[in-house]
Write a protein that binds this ligand. Structure first.
Ligand code: B12
Length: 215
């Protein structure tokens, strides 16, 4: 049985129970957790995104697929926990104000957690004020913002401007991402890094963590 394809299919059909069962079975049969995440879960929701774009799936179906993939992510998470320890590094993450999309953010969160850092998740629809208060309170070294709507990506700029105003920007490394975000946009709003997906993010972050450790 091709577990990856079976997980893809179960996500597309919005079958939460099947996604969880197939993920557990694949884990029990010692399929690599990273491959289950990438080729099973991420690939599955990307296929849903494609079908939604082509109007082959409707919002209620997408919501079922969202539930299914989130349950799969929850199942796989403990198997991706880090063996390296970078607990002295704190990463804060959130989806910007007006935006409720969190599948990508949650994937990023899981991948980042495999590097052993501490993660503080502010959730979805996070206002600039809430980001600023979060940074003040938790003092993360890294801030990650996600946005999926062309109408909400400008919130990232608003957050960066607020951080600058409060004098919190200088010692903070800011990552931005999400489907409508581009390298040029990230540079334009004054973010430090943009990566299109989680695998590239992991590489960039590994380098940053090394630097932070020696600093
Ligand atoms: C699932 C989905 C929903 C779900 C969200 C459920 C949830 N809990 O997230 C529901 C049904 C609720 C929804 C609602 C809406 N959605 Co919607 N949605 C999608 C859909 C189909 C998939 C998004 C997704 O999860 N992709 C899979 C994940 C894995 O990919 P990702 O999020 O891009 O994340 C990856 C990268 O971008 C990156 N990344 C993400 N964040 C970050 C952060 C950092 C720091 C980094 C480095 C990287 C990074 O890494 C991730 C992993 O590889 C997209 C279609 C699409 N093609 O993207 C539309 C889409 C984003 N939605 C859209 C719209 C318009 C809406 C609605 C306004 C209503 C509607 N008409 O559908 C509402 C808005 C609600 C709101 N206020 O936010 C549009 C946006 C258009 C635009 N140009 O702005 C899209 C593109 C669909 C379309 N073509 O019309 N949506």
């Amino acid at each position: 049985m091709d577990y990856y394809k079976a997980i893809n299919k179960a996500i597309m059909e919005g079958e939460t129970r099947d996604v969880v069962d197939l993920t557990r079975e694949a884990l029990a049969q010692l399929y690599p957790p990273e491959k289950i995440l990438n080729d099973g879960l991420i690939q599955g929701i990307e296929l849903v995104a494609e079908k939604f774009r082509e109007a082959e799936l409707l919002v209620p179906e997408v919501i079922l697929s969202t539930r299914a993939v989130q349950a799969g992510l929850k199942t796989i998470k403990p198997y991706l926990e880090a063996d390296v320890k970078n607990k002295q590094v704190r990463v804060m993450i959130g989806t910007v104000s007006g935006d409720l999309h969190d599948i990508g953010k949650n994937i990023i969160k899981i991948v980042v957690s495999t590097l052993g850092v501490e993660i503080i998740d502010l959730g979805i629809d996070v206002s600039a004020e809430k980001f600023v208060q979060g940074v003040l309170k938790e003092k993360p070294q890294i801030l990650m913002m996600s946005a999926l709507l062309t109408t909400t990506i400008n919130q990232m700029k608003a957050v960066i401007q607020r951080l600058e105003k409060e004098n919190l920007r200088k010692n903070l490394i800011v990552f931005v991402g999400g489907a409508p975000v581009t390298e040029a946009f990230a540079a334009d709003i004054g973010a430090d890094y943009y990566t299109p997906d989680s695998s590239e993010l992991k590489e960039v972050l590994e380098k940053i963590l090394k630097k932070l450790k020696t600093a």
